[in-house]
Design a protein around this ligand. Structure first.
Ligand code: BGP
Length: 491
């Protein structure tokens, strides 16, 4: 068994976790440039100054840097470390990194464009040429090796001025700023890129850092999400017109969810927990609000009613494919605390060092579930294992645990394609070159097949070193996945 012909194999990154060069080439400040480092025990956060001069700190939870008081301004402090500023310096390692990917047989690379690199404040009429040039050089470099770009237009960030002036996605003015940005990207890169994602993990992001809203409360979040739906639909319609043949998706955090037991109340809770994510895909893939939307909003005391005039916009900008991240499965029961991920422990699964259950079959389940529901091609654009890697004295990294994780998950992907007949377009492993963790801001949590010599505070040579899994993955891709099923690969 192997993947289908033309299957896309590659890696995935996000600008603020990977690029660095945070003030270079005319780039403006991103909301993420204000987020400190952290760890599992000590959450990262944003320091702010309130309108009456008080200093405070908003702590980050997994997908958002909490709530900042209305009117407060985030600040960068001398004595804090901000991982996005240097990240792992892809900005200055671009050619070397692309070559490493090419040698691994990649035919796709997912990256996000940093919005403030193109429009430093988001408010300009004309884009920053130096920023565009950086991505143009990257796309040309990829083309040399026949690697297709898969571009995330907005990966959980925005120019900070849009957050401060408009309240980010809570304002419809941000829709106009986003469309101005999209138009520039489509004009410049449209003939070189067919795969586009309008937003990353749109069902999970909220709050200042990700969405530019000072508050992350439901009453602010759901109307802001509606503005993102409108922005996405308009971008899709514009993209289709400007770039015939272009393919649009948006990206969802879709770690599978299981009911804790067959108790009817656990089943009911499970269905509703899954709908928290389906809500977003239903609207963007089908083009209208689902029947359960009113109750979902009422349950959260959100009195928002989607404006009538947006109905046609949503209908005319539906997605071509559905892409998602899958890291784990979650278990929810009637009393569980759950927020897109989390929930109760699953006694049948082992966890990663960061407590994420390892569940390869859950990925096949998810592919079947999503295809049954939408009948649109699927793209796995994030998957992988965050682990502590050890650089051995002989300079190697023996990440057999990662090989095992990838082998088990990729086998399920291929079974979904060949046995379940699910059209899966491709697979881009998260953080193929080690990068800064989103949730904790650490370097210690590594996903890559390529090691980067850098610690949690940004010290190190930044040297790139292929891990054992690099060579293994290179051979898997060369065989289009067939080697995953060779005898002896279970040992
Ligand atoms: C997803 C994000 C990524 C990423 C990944 C892994 O939610 O889209 O940006 O970082 O999760 O999470 P973490 O880095 O916290 O391990």
């Amino acid at each position: 068994m192997k993947a289908s012909d033309g299957f896309l194999w590659g890696g995935a990154t996000a600008s603020f976790q990977f690029e660095g060069g945070y003030k270079e080439g005319g780039k403006g400040l991103s909301t993420h440039d204000f987020e400190t480092d952290g760890s599992q025990e000590n959450p990262r956060g944003v320091t702010y100054v309130t309108t009456d001069g008080q200093r405070g700190r908003a702590r980050s939870s997994f997908f958002n840097a909490g709530s900042l008081p209305e009117g407060s301004i985030p600040v960068i402090e001398e004595d804090e470390y901000y991982p996005s500023h240097q990240a792992v310096d892809f900005y200055h390692h671009m050619k070397e990194d692309v070559k490493l990917m090419a040698d691994m047989n990649y035919n796709v690379f997912r990256f996000s464009i940093s919005w403030p690199r193109i429009f430093p404040t988001g408010l300009e009429e004309t884009p920053n040429e130096e920023g565009l040039k950086f991505y143009e050089d990257l796309i040309n470099e990829l083309a040399k090796y026949n690697i297709e770009p898969l571009i995330t237009i907005c990966h959980d960030e925005m120019p900070v001025e849009l957050a401060l002036k408009y309240g980010g996605w809570s304002s419809r003015k941000t829709i106009d700023a986003y469309l101005r940005y999209c138009k520039v990207l489509f004009e410049r890169f449209g003939d070189k890129c067919r795969w586009w994602l309008t937003f990353n993990e749109i069902n999970a992001v909220r709050g200042f850092v990700s969405c530019g809203t000072h508050s992350s409360a439901d009453q602010v979040h759901y109307p802001a999400a509606h503005n993102m739906f409108v922005a996405s639909a308009k971008a899709v319609a514009m993209g289709h017109e400007m770039m015939p043949g272009s393919q649009f998706g948006a990206m969802y955090a879709l770690s599978e969810i299981y009911p804790a037991t067959c108790h009817p109340e656990d089943m009911w809770r499970h269905m509703n927990a899954r709908r928290e994510s389906f809500y977003f895909i239903d609207i963007m893939a089908r083009g209208y609000y689902p029947s359960y939307a009113r109750r979902l909003l009422d349950d959260r005391h959100v009195d928002f009613v989607p404006p009538k005039e947006d109905e046609e916009v949503l209908r005319n900008g539906t997605l071509d494919f559905i892409s998602f991240s899958y890291y784990r499965s979650c278990t929810v029961g009637r009393n569980s605390t759950f927020n897109v991920i989390g929930g109760d422990p699953n006694p049948y699964l082992k966890n990663t060092d960061w407590g994420w259950p390892i569940d390869p079959l859950g990925l096949r389940y998810c592919l079947n579930e999503i295809y049954d529901r939408y009948q649109k091609p699927l793209f796995i654009v994030e998957n992988g294992m965050g682990a502590v890697d050890k650089l051995e004295e002989d300079g190697t990294i023996q990440d057999d645990y990662r090989i095992e994780f990838l082998r088990d998950h990729l086998r399920e992907v291929i079974k979904a394609i060949q046995i379940d007949k699910i059209p899966v377009l491709g697979y881009t492993m998260w953080g193929n070159i080690d990068l800064v963790s989103l949730s904790t801001g650490e370097m210690t949590k590594r996903y890559g097949n390529i090691y980067v010599d850098m610690d949690d505070k940004g010290n190190g040579s930044l040297k790139r070193i292929p891990k054992k899994s690099y060579y293994w993955m290179r051979d898997v891709i060369a065989s289009n996945g067939e080697s995953l099923f060779e005898e002896g690969t279970n040992e």
